[in-house]
Design a protein around this ligand. Structure first.
Ligand code: DGJ
Length: 744
């Protein structure tokens, strides 16, 4: 890892273990251009890659057609209004309404460590494991400075970028666009992958060619959303999970975003991400600064898998802060799909009784424990325990659960208020709405104005007093509707464009306070399932509920999408009852367990009511979790087969960092007639080590199969080059685990 400034070529060179990122200051004006990002290269002069000296655009010699130069130069942070007609990263209006800024290199600083982004989630690093480059650009005439920040981390092929805009004009200005990154590449014909979805079908993988003109995905919902996720990757046409060049980009932000990519008239590609400029503006007084959220760029020459493993390592080591980040999480049972709103303390204690006997470690009480909340039409905001429902109060219930050897967790939806609630009746102005107009409801609820500190303070105190009232060790923070009818009783008209971003900052402020004051709390974020499963939220909670769809087969696709970016340790995944509540499908209990094992693992069912034969499998699944979770949580992830792509078979594996163990999971979605087995090639093993293969119960996987040698020890090289045979079971939706262990 190193960052240097090379004076002779006026270049900045950022080297990670296997990659180089090179920028150059060029032209008489001192523009900062992007020269190269890819496999590690020596310190050669690669400014020629910016093609600035190619006719007809040679800037020095061609004042007459200067705009042609602006419109093809690979600006590292392109600005609006000067003649680069592609997507711009920055648009600032001065008091006269003009918006044209030309950013020129002013100075730079290279230092060890990484600064925090005030009020925002971001990757972190210390002086031993990270380095930062800050390049200050300025528009002297407009009095604007932009500080571009680039951080890298020991052993990780990622670059974390953000920008800070400083107003030194002596007057007020208005930001109408301030993207986190822009990144130009020359002459490339890529595919792109983005993640789309909806409720219960989050993070579906969409692969399409990068076309001419700008293509974008975005959110305008106030959350990152189930519909699109602020991740994109560009990949060579022949790239797949295990080969080819891939450029991944993820935004560490949970609010409105826009991510765009497009090919220009000269075939260059511009990739950009940041706060969605639609519905955004920010008044910046003289001397004030604006920080964009951080974006992370990852380059991999080992296909999508290489990219994912880098994101996983980066997020595990430099984004998630919870004391739980490297710890095994308690196996939880959540009562949502078990009871919905129909529960009391007796029911929950009965669930705890049965669950604890099966080895489950924590009971989570979901929606419906407070105020007048007997259904989802009322009472959000009234965070007082309903003692008619929970007789004896919360402490009694928690103590009873603790007595059974289980931890206790609780659900909140802190950002919401129902019109039918005491909170709304007392403070109608705390809800987001436009005065004099009827706001749109979703699930009969409104959103609290989290731009106001008195609102977040009130909610914090309510949540904190519940947490202090009993031994509560886990919180599920839910968020179940998008934001619209934006109106704040406090924000002045000229600042209404700041609402969405200020709202997101309010959410971050409250979560930060919660985990600071309750440092041992296990926080799990959730937004109607995976509607806010993003890198921003991971800064506050080490795990996020991935989807309300708990069907094992639907989950294969949802989890594959998440696994592209997020470590498996962060993915909330539970075994639920069948027929599944979202799709009505019945799958084997064993398969549901194998699929949930790829995440945090838990249950979402009424354990007192499920079929006896399913209940009997729980202790085995608990053992399985304890045996394999270290590999899943800490290991390297490889995808072996994709159900999203092939439509009938899914398989993935995790390999421990020391390469001594691996876990393979395979799910045959559709049984094919007259087929005995499928071949999958393994990855990530030590080619020179010998391995043995075991079934879930510890017996030899190869028992009864010929061809695996007499000593049944197979070299990593063979397992990776020739693969193994996966035997299909009888019927659809069958699954199996294979434990790969280095032979002694
Ligand atoms: C949506 C969540 O995703 C569910 O898990 C559950 O907590 C419900 N909200 C409760 O209202």
């Amino acid at each position: 890892m190193n960052i240097k400034y090379i004076e002779s070529t006026r270049s900045f060179k950022i080297d990670t273990v296997h990659t180089s990122y090179v920028m150059g200051v060029v032209d008489k004006e001192g523009f900062l251009g992007h020269a190269y990002y890819g496999r590690l290269i020596p310190d050669d002069d690669v400014n020629y890659l910016m093609r600035v000296f190619e006719p007809p655009f040679t800037p020095e010699k061609n004042e007459r057609d200067r705009l042609s130069f602006y419109d093809c130069f690979p600006f590292e942070y392109p600005t609006h209004g000067i003649g680069d007609f592609r997507e711009s990263a920055l648009r600032i209006e001065d008091e006269g309404g003009h918006a044209a800024n030309k950013l020129i290199y002013k100075s730079h600083e290279i230092f060890k460590g990484k600064k925090k982004l005030p009020g925002l989630p971001a990757t972190f690093g210390d002086e031993k494991d990270s380095m930062t480059l800050e390049i200050t650009m300025e528009d002297k005439e407009a009095g604007i400075e932009v500080v571009l920040s680039y951080s890298i981390f020991e052993g990780i092929d990622a670059v974390a970028r953000s920008a800070k805009v400083v107003n030194r004009s002596g007057r007020k200005v208005k930001l109408t666009k301030a993207m986190s990154t822009s990144f130009d590449m020359d002459d490339r014909d890529f595919d792109k992958i983005t993640l789309y979805g909806t409720w219960a079908r989050e993070k579906a993988i969409d692969r399409t060619p990068v076309a001419y003109g700008s293509q974008s995905i975005c959110s305008k919902r106030g959350i990152s959303s189930a519909q699109h996720h602020p991740f994109i990757c560009l990949l060579e046409k022949n790239a797949d999970y295990n080969k080819g060049e891939v450029y991944g980009q993820d935004l560490v932000y949970s609010g409105n975003f826009r991510t765009s990519v497009g090919r220009s008239q000269y075939d260059s590609v511009r990739l950009m991400t940041g706060i969605n400029p639609e519905d955004f503006s920010w008044a910046l007084g003289d001397g004030e600064e604006f920080y964009t959220p951080e974006a992370v760029l990852v380059y991999s020459s080992e296909g999508l898998g290489g990219m994912s493993r880098t994101f996983h390592d980066l997020y595990r080591q430099h984004l998630i802060r919870s004391p739980y980040r490297s710890k095994k999480r308690p196996i939880l049972i959540n009562n949502w799909e078990a009871t919905y709103f129909n529960f009391d303390e007796k029911k929950l204690i009965a669930i705890a009784d049965c669950a604890s006997k099966a080895g489950i470690e924590m009971l989570v009480m979901d929606d419906g424990w407070f105020g007048n909340r007997f259904d989802d039409n009322r009472a959000l905001g009234d965070w007082d325990v309903n003692e008619e429902k929970l007789k004896g109060g919360l402490k009694y219930l928690v103590d009873e659960v603790n007595k059974r050897g289980m931890k206790f967790g609780i659900w909140f939806e802190p950002e919401m208020v129902c019109p039918d609630s005491d909170l709304y009746r007392a403070h109608p102005d705390w809800a987001i709405q436009i005065q004099g107009r009827k706001p749109g409801l979703a699930r009969n609820q409104m959103v609290l104005d989290f731009t106001r500190e008195e609102v977040t303070d009130y909610i914090y105190n309510k949540v904190a007093s519940i947490l202090k009232s009993a031994n509560i060790e886990y919180v599920k923070w839910d968020m179940n509707r998008p934001l619209c009818d934006l109106g704040s009783a406090e924000l002045p008209a000229e600042r209404m464009g700041e609402f969405f971003h200020r709202y997101t900052l309010g959410v971050y402020r409250l979560q930060e306070r919660l985990i600071t004051d309750f440092p041992n709390l296990l926080l799990e974020n959730c937004s109607s399932g995976g509607g806010r499963y993003d890198a921003g939220m991971l800064y506050y909670s080490p795990q996020i509920w991935a989807s309300d769809d708990t069907d094992a087969i639907e989950r294969l696709k949802i989890q594959e999408g998440n696994e592209l970016i997020f470590p498996l340790s962060s993915m909330g995944a539970h075994v639920s009852d069948c027929p599944n509540h979202t799709v009505g499908r019945t799958t084997p209990f064993r398969t549901r367990g194998h699929v949930a094992l790829a995440g945090t693992f838990g249950y979402e069912l009424d354990v007192t009511k499920i079929p006896e034969e399913d209940r009997e499998l729980i202790p085995e699944q608990v053992k399985m979790y304890h045996r394999f979770n270290d590999i899943v949580r800490e290991g390297d992830y490889y995808r072996l087969a994709s159900f999203s792509e092939n439509g009938d078979f899914d398989s993935w594996m995790c390999v421990s960092k020391d390469k001594n163990e691996a876990l393979i999971t395979a799910v045959t979605v559709m049984k094919r007639p007259n087929v005995k087995s499928r071949n999958v090639k393994l990855f990530g093993l030590d080619p020179d080590k010998k391995y043995c293969l075991f079934k879930e119960d510890g017996s030899d996987y190869t028992d009864g199969m010929t061809g695996y040698g007499t000593d049944r020890k197979i070299s990593g090289r063979t397992l990776m080059n020739a693969g193994i045979q996966i035997c299909e079971g009888w019927g659809d939706f069958q699954s199996l685990l294979i434990h790969v262990k280095a032979a002694k």
